[in-house]
Design a protein around this ligand. Structure first.
Ligand code: ADP
Ligand code: ZN
Length: 439
């Protein structure tokens, strides 16, 4: 049941003692880098002065901008000869950042991913197909080494080439897959076109979905279509990649591995800690990383710590599904909106197909929101009155959730653009402030 029973089921006191020891080591290790060396010296921060986990609050935050400003070597804490790999963040939001790993770091990372996969029941007799982009994107190599270490037959099929993906699943009897949720929905379409029925023709039993925000409704759709159990997988390049937080068999939040990461949730405005259960920004500190330790990294991901223990017996606390990034929040007519709220509503309506898009525009000088929704092909063949009613229902449900009334546009299946990697859900067509629309 456990990949590493000792670490997964430590007592809370033993876990805390381990964290303090590792935090002290991490501060010492980080001070070897030019960036932290200078920062700590200015503030007279010393490893020896760390006495408890609460002392983390005396350390400065690290922001994405710091990593950018220090590109490439400013946070490196070991000699370059000890570095065996680097990953560059996919850069969803601007200029790239780089993360370096020593051999020990790569080993530790693989072990965390094996722990996650094992927790959901993956074993050496499974066939694992990794439909994630390889290369610089951490979802490829991250899952790859975790799966190999666990002993599963690992197919590095990479992203895209959907027909071949389905062919591999059939030929090799794939039982476990890892992919981003928007691509899972794309595969639904492809299987439909190929006449492949997962229940009849495939042996899939587990899927790992992560790398982008998605809703519980989306998970359920994927589970139903592919007839499997889907588990949420959270990670980010700055904290290795996958293997940071993962759902167990209970699917009630993601265990965040506290022997490897020190977890804080803060109010992004006041920077004060949130109470358990209160939404805030996740802040993470590496506890075992050698080549490039990162302290109090502001992930910009919004979530909350769940209280209470999990029936699986693991001591590591759980975080809720990621609500989105703080920079994803839209403000329309003074109302704060997360794209995920739109998805939750849409994925709950059976006639809605597999893709949608939010378009922000200016109408008569006012910000407004349009939601383009693909519907299923059978639905699209219905008469105007039917489609009209569906459009009204979607508008009504969105208004109840968002407190503004978006314009809903029903479109044909497969007509909205599909992105290669993480889904692009929001298109902002608003003119810049102070400029007329035609400029
Ligand atoms: P980039 O920051 O360029 O997108 P990463 O590949 O490191 O590069 O992406 C990490 C980010 O992806 C996280 O900070 C988070 O916003 C998002 N993410 C990863 N896993 C999940 C998940 N399970 N649910 C929601 N968002 C996720
Ligand atoms: Zn659990």
């Amino acid at each position: 049941m456990y990949w590493n029973q000792e670490v997964e089921t430590l007592s809370p006191e033993a876990l805390e003692a381990l964290q303090v020891e590792r935090l002290r080591w991490t501060v010492a290790q980080a001070s070897r880098s030019p960036f932290y060396g200078k920062r700590f010296a200015e503030r007279a921060i010393k490893a020896e002065s760390i006495e408890g986990v609460e002392d983390i609050r005396r350390l400065p935050f690290t922001a994405k901008e710091d990593l950018r400003a220090q590109f490439p070597y400013g946070l490196l804490s070991v000699d370059r000869r000890e570095v065996v790999r680097l990953h560059v963040s996919s850069g969803t939001t601007g200029q790239s950042t780089v993360i370096f790993h020593s051999r020990r770091d790569i080993d530790g990372w693989a072990d965390l991913v094996s722990r996650c996969m094992y927790m959901t029941g993956v074993r050496a007799d499974d066939v694992f197909q990794n439909l994630s982009g390889y290369g610089l994107f951490t979802g490829g190599l991250g899952f790859h080494y975790g799966s190999e270490r666990l002993g599963a037959l690992t197919i590095p099929s990479g992203a895209g080439n959907s027909k071949r993906q389905v062919y591999f699943m059939q030929q090799f009897g794939t039982t476990v897959i890892h992919l981003i949720p928007s691509y899972a929905l794309r595969l639904v379409q492809v299987m439909g076109e190929l006449g492949v029925d997962p229940r009849r023709d495939l042996k899939l039993r587990i899927a790992f979905l992560g790398a982008e925000p998605y809703s519980e409704e989306m998970r359920q759709r994927v589970e139903q279509f592919f007839a499997l159990d889907a588990y949420n997988s959270y990670g980010l390049s700055e904290m290795n990649g996958p293997g940071v937080a993962f759902e167990c068999l209970r699917k009630n939040g993601m265990h965040i591995w506290e022997d490897a990461f020190l977890v804080e949730v803060i109010d992004p405005q006041t920077l004060q800690p949130c109470r358990p259960g209160e939404d805030g920004e996740l802040v993470l500190t590496t506890l075992t990383r050698e080549a490039m330790p990162i302290i109090r990294y502001r992930t910009r991901d919004l979530t909350r710590l769940l209280s209470g223990s999990c029936a699986c017996g693991r001591v590591h606390r759980r975080i809720d599904r990621i609500k989105g990034r703080s920079d994803d929040m839209l403000i329309i007519k003074g109302v704060n909106i997360f794209p995920m709220q739109v998805e939750r509503v849409l994925m709950d309506i059976p006639e809605v197909g597999t893709n949608y898009r939010i378009v922000l525009e200016q109408v008569d000088g006012l910000d407004s929101m349009k939601v383009q929704v693909e519907v299923h092909s059978e639905t699209f063949k219905e008469d105007m009155r039917y489609l009209r009613r569906l459009q009204e229902k979607i508008t009504h449900d969105l208004r109840n959730e968002l407190f503004i009334t978006p314009r809903v546009e029903l479109v044909q299946p497969n007509s909205l653009p599909q992105s290669e990697g993480k889904a692009v859900r929001v298109v902002d067509n608003r003119p810049r402030h102070g400029w007329p629309a035609s400029a």
